[in-house]
Design a protein around this ligand. Structure first.
Ligand SMILES: C[S@@+](CC[C@H](N)C(=O)[O-])C[C@H]1O[C@@H](n2cnc3c(N)ncnc32)[C@H](O)[C@@H]1O
Length: 211
C-alpha cells in the first residue's frame, strides 16, 4: 500500500474511510498486508503492546484460551506470546493479513474471511477466557455493536479487551452501548485507560470488561 506516492500516514488515514463495508475492508487490507507491519512501525503503533500488557495485568498467562479478533498480521499475538500466553486463536476478514499472522507462528488456530459482525456463527458462545480486539474499533471498520458480538464469545467471568481510537469514541455510540450492557449486567468495566498512546497520529482509549 505505501510506496513513493502514498505515505504511511496516508495509508492509515485511507483505512478510516472504508465505510465499514466488509468488501472494501477486505480488499484494502489484502493490498496493505505486505507493508502493514513496516508502515505501522514507522508511525509508532503501540496498540498491540499496550493491550497485551493491560491484559497480562489482569489475567495470568499459561493455558488460557485467547481470541484475537481482527488479528491482522499478528502484532498483538506476538506481544501476547512474549508475555507468556500459549493458546492464542485469531480471525480477520483479510486473507492476506491472516497469512502474515500465520507466518508469525504464534497462533494456535487462525480463520480468514470472517466478518466480526458474523463471528458468533463461527465460534461457540462462552468459550474464550479472553477476547481482545486491537485497532479494529476505529472509523470505517466495525460499528460499536461488534462489542456485543465479541462479548458472546467470552466465557462468564472472562475478559474482553479493546482499543477505541479517540475519534471513533467521540463519533460513534460506543459509550451508549457500554452503558447499556453494564446496566443490563451483561458485563462490568474492570479498567479504562483514557487517551493513551496509539500511534503518532492520535491516542486511543483501552477498555477491559469482565463478562
Ligand atoms: C488496523 S488493523 C489492526 C490489526 C491488528 N489487530 C493490529 O493491531 O495490528 C484492522 C484489522 O481489522 C480487520 N477488520 C476490519 N473490519 C473487520 C471486520 N468486520 N471483521 C473482521 N476483521 C475486520 C482488518 O482486516 C484489519 O486486519
Amino acid at each position: 500500500m505505501s510506496d513513493d506516492k502514498v505515505s504511511c500516514n496516508e495509508a492509515i488515514d485511507a483505512a478510516l474511510h472504508l465505510d465499514g463495508d466488509p468488501e472494501k475492508v477486505r480488499a484494502y487490507y489484502d493490498e496493505w498486508a505486505l507493508n502493514y507491519d513496516r508502515d505501522t512501525d514507522s508511525v509508532d503503533y503501540s496498540g498491540p503492546a499496550i493491550s497485551a500488557r493491560l491484559l497480562r495485568e489482569h489475567l495470568p498467562a499459561g493455558e488460557i484460551r485467547l481470541l484475537d479478533a481482527g488479528c491482522g498480521t499478528g502484532l498483538a499475538g506476538v506481544e501476547l506470546q512474549r508475555l507468556g500466553y500459549r493458546r492464542i486463536d485469531g480471525f480477520d476478514l483479510s486473507d492476506s493479513m491472516v497469512e502474515r499472522a500465520r507466518s508469525s507462528g504464534v497462533y494456535t488456530e487462525l480463520k480468514a474471511g470472517i466478518d466480526m459482525m458474523q463471528a458468533a456463527r463461527h465460534y461457540e458462545s462462552d468459550c474464550y477466557d479472553a477476547v481482545l480486539s486491537v485497532g479494529v474499533f476505529t472509523l470505517g471498520h466495525v460499528p460499536p455493536e461488534a462489542l456485543r458480538v465479541l462479548l458472546q464469545l467470552v466465557r462468564p467471568g472472562g475478559l474482553l479487551l479493546m482499543s477505541t481510537r479517540t475519534h471513533y469514541y467521540e463519533q460513534t455510540g460506543f459509550q451508549a452501548l457500554v452503558d447499556e450492557l453494564i446496566a443490563a449486567q451483561k458485563m462490568e468495566l474492570v479498567k479504562l485507560v483514557r487517551d493513551a498512546p496509539y500511534n503518532n497520529d492520535g491516542d486511543a482509549h483501552y477498555w477491559l470488561f469482565r463478562k
